[in-house]
Design a protein around this ligand. Structure first.
Ligand SMILES: Cc1cc2nc3c(=O)[nH]c(=O)nc-3n(C[C@H](O)[C@H](O)[C@H](O)COP(=O)(O)OP(=O)(O)OC[C@H]3O[C@@H](n4cnc5c(N)ncnc54)[C@H](O)[C@@H]3O)c2cc1C
Length: 416
């Protein structure tokens, strides 16, 4: 198992639960912990350092399950010889080693390419890591002068090679966070009597923001955002430069802003790009069984997989179940006819809106389905908090009934 964050930890735990002692499981991650990224924005507004409050140690769960954990960076994969090379990361100067595998699960996520945005280090902000979350927290709570706030995404370069026809092409990798940030930012400004939604401008490289939520939901969201007074720019194409006074966009426009919050391009790790198992960008190609068609012993889950679009943790969760069932069947712990459903993506997202309110999106219309649910209120916020709590308590192995039960409740019950 390469990677032990959302996708890797959950997959490893599901594999152990299904396969028992039929597998020797080695997990490699350069960090012996994960940061619970989806709740970083809430921690920023609450003035908590997310590196402290969203930190979850992962090694003890692997130890509990009888997995070996290597605190190491993967440097190469050789699919023909079935080997992985890595360098231990707990001490600088460690030497490279190589191990073999029968089955390989790639859950290494992607690089979030802030380094491709000119000026980002000096003037940009974001919420995708403990470090950046804390940087924004300090800026908002201790230095913000009340100026305009821009929130949006850079262009996402999705792999097109061997893309199935049912998979649309996304302009941005993950636009739930900008929606959530804009709504909760407006609430945060109001609470401090520093302004409201009119200070916030949302921008997207796509034709519309959060296109993967489906047209009906996007229309409803944009009606709401307009009535609240948010600024909005679509079709910005990409982020070219972040400066002291604003953002320059690839379509030639600029946005003036004191705080510039950007979600970047999701870029595969360089060593994956040249492999025969990846597309032209470096995303791991799989079928809907999450196995590579040419190397069926190699699986991919989470953001590293080409079929994970948008880059959403809930898609990785669905894939984790699929991979665990396939490996259980391969090692004789599950009847082949009980492998169950293949991957069928749905956007499921719980977002914070501030003031203990949230929104819930459940939609597959972007992929040609008919499900389209968008709700707002106290319950989605409570669900978001409950999921984080359950994730920490279960060590990344939420109960199998948890997600279907949450979706059934949110989809069908009227919300207060
Ligand atoms: C601000 C924000 C909010 C979000 N909110 C939501 C949400 O509400 N709901 C939702 O479903 N999704 C959300 N997402 C998306 C979600 O966070 C990602 O889809 C999820 O983190 C992907 O998990 P992953 O395990 O595939 O990759 P990652 O979380 O990126 O984990 C990759 C792991 O691999 C390790 N790794 C990387 N390279 C190497 C290497 N070379 N060697 C060894 N280890 C390595 C890393 O240390 C890490 O542990 C959000 C994302 C952001 C940025």
């Amino acid at each position: 198992m390469l990677g032990s964050s959302f996708a890797g930890l959950t997959t490893a735990r599901f594999i152990r639960a299904r396969c028992g002692d039929a597998v020797d499981l080695t997990v490699v991650d350069r960090n012996p912990y994960l940061i619970f990224v989806p709740n970083i924005p809430m921690e920023v507004f609450a003035n908590h350092d997310p590196l402290v409050s969203m930190h979850m140690e992962t090694v003890r769960f692997h130890d509990h399950d009888g997995n070996r954990f290597f605190n190491a960076a993967v440097t190469a994969i050789d699919p023909d010889h079935k080997t992985v090379s890595f360098v231990p990361t707990d001490r600088a100067g460690s030497a490279s080693e190589t191990i073999g595998y029968d089955y390989l699960v790639i859950a290494l996520g992607n690089q979030l390419a802030y380094d491709r945005i000119d000026g980002f280090g000096e003037y940009g902000d974001t919420v995708s890591s403990g470090y950046y979350g804390d940087k924004l927290r300090r800026k908002l709570h201790h230095g913000y002068r009340g100026g305009p706030i821009a929130i949006g995404s850079a262009h996402f370069h999705q792999g097109l090679e061997r893309k199935p026809d049912w998979m649309p092409v996304a302009a941005a990798a993950c636009e739930g966070p900008p929606l959530e940030l804009a709504l909760s930012m407006a609430h945060w400004l109001e609470e401090r009597q520093m302004g409201d939604a009119r200070k916030v401008i949302l921008f997207t490289p796509g034709k519309v923001i959060a296109e993967d939520a489906g047209e009906a939901i996007v229309t409803e969201f944009l009606d709401l955002a307009t009535s609240m007074g948010f600024g909005y720019k679509a079709g910005t194409e990409d982020v070219v430069r972040v400066g002291a006074d604003g953002i320059d966009l690839a379509n030639g426009e600029s946005i003036e802003a004191e705080i510039k919050i950007v979600l970047p391009d999701w870029v595969p790790h360089a060593f994956l790009r040249e492999l025969p198992i990846t597309d032209e960008q470096g995303f791991v190609v799989t079928g809907t069984d999450m196995a590579n068609p040419d190397h069926p012993e190699i699986f991919a889950v989470g953001d590293a997989a080409a079929l994970t679009v948008p880059k959403l943790g809930s898609l990785g969760h669905q894939q984790a179940e699929i991979v665990a069932r396939h490996i259980a069947a391969a090692v004789g712990r599950l009847d082949g006819d009980k492998i169950g459903d293949r991957y069928r993506p749905e956007v499921v997202c719980f977002g914070d809106m501030g003031g203990h309110k949230g929104f819930y999106i459940h939609s597959d219309t972007w992929y040609g389905g008919k499900t389209s649910v968008f709700k707002m209120g106290y319950a989605p916020w409570a669900m978001k908090m409950a999921f984080k709590e359950m994730y920490f308590r279960s060590g990344g192995r939420p109960a199998s009934w948890g997600e279907p039960a949450a979706e059934a409740t949110m989809d069908h019950l009227p919300l207060p």
